[in-house]
Write a protein that binds this ligand. Structure first.
Ligand SMILES: C[S@@+](CC[C@H](N)C(=O)[O-])C[C@H]1O[C@@H](n2cnc3c(N)ncnc32)[C@H](O)[C@@H]1O
Length: 161
């Protein structure tokens, strides 16, 4: 058994945000198929509660988000993540291909991670934390929320469970 003390996951997340680093020692990008595209996979076991990855991008307000949604293609707007902060709607726009891992995490209705907001340098940041132990080789996922995602619909036209 390792005697190394586990860093509190929130501290770990904020340290990674400060350094602008992804956990390349435990995560990797893999191409899955032409429907799902790429995804993020665990290279090593992840413990329940651990910080996994930051959903990095540009922080914009709802007016700017609306403006961008009018001009973005659906392929780009799917990278926009909305959340509440100080009673207003904000958005992380991760549409820019910047080599970061968080933007490549796919949707799952039975996810192994959950998105949480933490404040770093006075600004909100979005981080995924493990909902359960994740084995090496498993795809990292979270529930995008909302309804109507085309990939959730089965050929029958019903929502996937
Ligand atoms: C935020 S991106 C995730 C990264 C993306 N897979 C890529 O390679 O750029 C969201 C897009 O990934 C795909 N996607 C995400 N979750 C999926 C799922 N569960 N099944 C199929 N496609 C999915 C859809 O094409 C969606 O528009």
């Amino acid at each position: 058994m390792s005697s190394k003390k586990r860093k509190p996951p929130k501290d770990d997340a904020l340290e990674h945000a400060a350094k602008g680093m992804d956990k390349t020692n435990i995560l990797e990008v893999k191409y899955i198929n032409c429907i799902k595209g790429r995804g993020i996979f665990a290279k090593k076991k992840v413990q329940q509660g651990d910080f996994v990855v930051e959903y990095k991008g540009e922080l914009i307000d709802s007016a700017e988000e609306e403006r961008r949604r009018r001009v973005y293609s659906p392929r780009c707007s799917v990278f926009m993540y909305n959340f509440q902060w100080h009673e207003k709607t904000w958005c992380i726009d991760a549409s820019r291909e910047d080599q970061s891992f968080g933007r490549l995490v796919n949707d799952n209705v039975r996810p192994n991670c959950k998105m949480k907001k933490l404040i770093h340098d006075g600004k909100p940041h979005l981080f995924l934390f493990a909902l359960r132990d994740i084995d090496a080789g498993e795809e990292i996922s979270y529930d995008y929320g909302g309804t109507g995602w085309p990939w959730r619909k089965k050929a029958s036209g019903k929502e996937a469970s």
